[in-house]
Write a protein that binds this ligand. Structure first.
Ligand code: MN3
Length: 208
């Protein structure tokens, strides 16, 4: 199975002013594309050649895992972002069962936001901050280094923020906290809420 780079779910200038077209050109058009191309190259002639991306992420290791998980994570990350042109300084708000769950576990949305921000900002080196649903149906915040993906630990990913330097260096230089602050105003809570309420236990494909 040949893996392909998904289209961005929004035009490249739709995330202004928080995320520039240049960042998306590099992050999606070059970094993400490179993971897809490398994955296709690496799986040739291996047992992963005809497996779904989910299966590869769950069962591979080493370079195949790194490129498969980075492809999965980026495909997911684009769906976690939603243009916010009318009020770029204001957060989109979580809704429904997910909103109630965040309050139940963290006390309030702002307390959750603090916890997630702390995880994203303090993660050493490259990686991802995740909001996930655990096997008991409750939310958790996880920081995972490098290509880390919650599927490998049995979680349902709900929301993620890419904190690799390539995600923010063009727009924010080394200021990861500023990038994470901007991320909050783009976070697509409709997407996360539908995954939280859905029957899906894993797959990116089912929700895409
Ligand atoms: Mn990235």
């Amino acid at each position: 199975m040949k893996h392909t780079l998904p289209e961005l779910p929004f035009p490249k200038d739709a995330l202004l002013p928080q995320m520039s077209p240049e960042t998306l050109e590099f992050h999606h058009g070059k970094h993400h594309r490179a993971y897809v191309d490398k994955l296709n190259e690496l799986i040739q002639g291996t047992p992963f050649e005809n497996k779904s991306l989910d299966e590869i992420v769950r069962h591979s290791s080493g370079p195949i895992f790194n490129n498969a998980a980075q492809h999965w994570n980026h495909s997911f990350f684009w769906q976690c972002l939603k243009p916010n042109p009318a009020s770029p300084g204001v957060n989109h708000a979580p809704t429904g069962d997910l909103a109630k769950q965040l309050e139940l576990v963290y006390g309030s949305f702002n307390d959750f936001k603090q916890e997630f921000t702390k995880t994203a900002v303090s993660l050493f080196g490259s990686g991802w901050a995740w909001l996930v649903k655990n096997k008991f149906g409750h939310v958790e915040v996880l920081g995972m280094q490098n290509a880390g993906n919650p599927l490998t630990e049995g979680y349902v990913p709900l929301m993620t923020c890419d904190v690799w330097e390539h995600a923010y260096y063009i727009d924010y230089r080394n200021a990861r906290p500023k990038f994470v602050e901007a991320f909050w105003t783009l976070a697509n809570w409709d997407f996360a809420a539908s995954r939280f309420s859905g029957q899906t236990t894993d797959s990116l494909q089912k929700s895409a």
